[in-house]
Design a protein around this ligand. Structure first.
Ligand SMILES: C[S@@+](CC[C@H](N)C(=O)[O-])C[C@H]1O[C@@H](n2cnc3c(N)ncnc32)[C@H](O)[C@@H]1O
Length: 342
């Protein structure tokens, strides 16, 4: 038990989770970057399903196939280098050194280099990061279509993507004919199309529910959705970073001319993972757009949400509140982990 809490830490194989004593059932399970390391990820989802409440949900991150092309090309080369070196261990110092040399010599045309998608992992991950990325003994990656099939075969369905704007093809398209044709697809196919189009999705984070669960997909326009910032800092620190530009790293938000820094900053401070859109609009009307009416508050909140969503700096969930717990404000710097598809 963690002192002062009701949290019990248990270390066990996910496949044996149902046999842990007094395990009970969970309303929400988070499995970030875990299931794709199992020999059979579908068995992992089924194991989690056995301890999930009927109306519960799972937040799950699995690797994205297209965005990790360069990783699998490097993994293939590393395997070839190992096979060609008698007695070489899979992750020992000699293999790590050989892999490091390989990575340093990759030509500019190589996907890992050209895509720049893994520069951070390679620069800052050290030897552990290199092993995790290039010498991992077991990882699988998925396209949106494969992910959807996996989830369905475990008796679940994807209810939403944690960062829906990454899976929105329309801002990347201009041709009316293409747009009209894509709009006749179902929403999962639209997302799969966006993934092919952007080509840079390295991981998928989805909220999945049992296929019998009637909960509907959240929409950013709904009064009851709870938006949250995807930053490495709390909302007050994020709010200050928007105003002063003081970022630890990452990239600042590109604000449109119709949204002043002060306005974006004020709205960001309200996005603490506990307030609904409706509550944020009421607060903006009371404290920011005083006297200019509800419509003006709604307009500003819409622009702010579109801006944050556009660079994937925001996600949103449905009530019950707090599925994504608010990040605390106890660090002085902010990093917006922004992500542009286009
Ligand atoms: C990349 S880490 C992700 C850790 C963490 N969720 C995060 O986001 O930082 C993958 C984790 O999966 C765990 N894992 C792999 N196979 C597992 C299994 N069969 N049962 C339980 N955990 C497993 C590993 O121990 C490791 O901690």
């Amino acid at each position: 038990m963690i002192p002062g809490t009701k949290i019990r830490l248990v270390q066990a194989d996910i496949l044996n989770i149902a046999t842990v004593s007094d395990i009970g059932t969970f309303d929400y399970i988070e499995a970030v970057g875990v299931l794709h390391h199992l020999p059979s990820p579908v068995e992992g989802i089924r194991a989690l399903s056995s301890v999930l409440a009927p109306e519960g949900g799972i937040g799950m991150m699995l690797y994205g196939k297209h965005g990790r092309q360069g990783v699998y090309q490097a993994q293939a080369m590393a395997k070839m280098l190992r096979s060609a070196t008698p007695g070489m261990s899979s992750q020992g110092p000699a293999m790590v050194a050989l892999t490091k040399s390989l990575i340093e010599e990759l030509p500019a045309s190589n996907h890992l280099v050209a895509s720049k998608l893994h520069d951070g992992d390679l620069r800052m991950g050290g030897h552990a990061g290199l092993v995790d990325l290039i010498l991992h003994p077991q990882d699988q990656a998925y396209t949106v279509g494969e992910l959807n099939a996996l989830v369905q075969s475990a008796g679940f369905r994807i209810n939403s993507f944690a960062l829906p704007s990454k899976y929105d093809p329309y801002p990347m398209l201009r041709s009316r004919d293409v747009i009209d044709t894509v709009s006749r697809m179902g929403w999962i196919d639209e997302a799969a199309f966006a993934e092919h189009l952007a080509g840079n999705i390295t991981m998928h984070t989805v909220f999945i529910v049992k296929s019998s669960n009637p909960i509907s997909r959240p929409n950013i326009g709904d009064a009851t959705v709870v938006p949250y910032l995807r930053t490495f800092c709390g909302p007050r620190v994020a709010s200050k970073a928007i105003q002063t530009g003081e970022l630890l790293s990452g990239s600042p938000l590109d604000l449109p001319p119709s949204l002043a820094k002060e306005e974006a900053s004020h709205i960001a401070a309200l996005m603490d993972g506990t307030r609904t859109r409706d509550e944020i609009e009421l607060s903006v009307e009371r404290d920011l757009t005083r006297g200019r009416g509800k419509g003006e508050a709604q307009r500003l909140v819409t622009i702010a949400f579109e801006t944050f969503a556009e660079c994937s700096a925001m996600g949103y969930i449905r009530r019950p509140k707090g599925i994504k717990p608010p990040i605390t404000d106890d660090q002085p710097f902010c990093k917006f982990d922004t992500f542009h598809n286009h």
